[in-house]
Design a protein. Structure first.
Length: 278
């Protein structure tokens, strides 16, 4: 009996190891193992298309595409229960993966999507047109605390950010005050605006009672720790419960502060905010 049990455990261990080696969660998104290997070795910058859900999706960076696929379609971080005719505001829509995800869940949802980066916005337009979505309004603008023109540092489509000190090569982008769009009930407000979230949340705090579910991707440095404290105080004061998880592994060994050189922040957090059910 012991030999049989030992043999079964060995066989189970081998099967588990093979499953891990050959398991490919991206398969259902049209990325087989060979395409996955191919995508991981492609250089960014060239316009490409990928077939997903029966539609063409345009993109420039396979690294960023696979990251978005995992976060949005595999991990489903935006999955939630909303009314069929939801009103959603997406600040930082990138190339449109979050819009595609939400419209597939809620085809009748009305979405306003902001994306200030020129390249990203062209891809966003192309992708929304490819999927044939209606009731989606696209705006090539940054969200901010006033209607103005901002300096925008483009450090790659996943890390472009407002740079008021112009430390990097910048372009000018039109910005609108988000507060002006918070005039009715909002079922889901997504804010992923690469470092501007603290200023914007301070500006809209008196209107957050209109928001049911709120997602904030926080980007900050150790010197901005007090901003994170105040941001969380604003969220709590507006009646939200919240859950926080790491958006990116900035420090694998935090005590040694050996930093991921590809991430320009010390903290990158996903903050999920929701109302306590009655």
């Amino acid at each position: 009996m012991q030999n049989k049990s030992f043999g079964k455990n060995i066989l189970h261990g081998i099967q588990t190891r093979f499953t891990k080696i050959f398991h490919n969660p991206y398969r259902r998104l049209g990325v087989n193992r060979f395409r996955l290997i191919y995508y991981k070795h492609l250089s960014p910058g060239k316009l490409r298309t990928h077939r997903i859900f029966g539609k063409n999706l345009s993109f420039l960076s396979t690294t960023e595409l696979l990251h978005g696929f995992k976060e949005i379609f595999l991990d489903e971080i935006y999955k939630q229960e909303l009314p069929a005719r939801s009103f959603i505001i997406d600040c930082g829509a990138n190339i449109g993966l979050s819009v595609i995800y939400m419209k597939r869940l809620y085809p009748d949802a009305e979405i306003i999507a902001f994306e200030p980066d020129e390249q990203n916005f062209k891809l966003l337009e192309k992708n929304i047109q490819s999927f044939g979505f209606t009731t989606v309004t696209l705006k090539k603008e940054a969200v901010w605390v006033e209607d103005t023109v901002l300096k925008f540092a483009n450090e790659g489509s996943m890390s472009s950010k407002i740079d008021s000190n112009a430390h990097h090569a910048t372009i000018n982008v039109n910005a609108v005050r988000l507060k002006n769009y918070l005039t009715r009930k909002i079922d889901f407000l997504k804010i992923d605006i690469e470092g501007a979230e603290y200023a914007v949340l301070k500006d809209i705090k008196d209107d957050l009672h209109l928001v049911n579910n709120l997602f904030v991707e926080y980007h900050g440095t150790f010197q901005q720790q007090n901003e994170l404290d105040e941001l969380m105080s604003i969220i709590a004061a507006c009646g939200f419960k919240y859950y926080i998880k790491e958006a990116a592994e900035v420090y694998k060994t935090p005590f040694l502060r050996i930093k991921n050189p590809l991430i320009p922040y010390d903290l990158q957090l996903n903050i999920f905010c929701f109302r306590q059910p009655n």
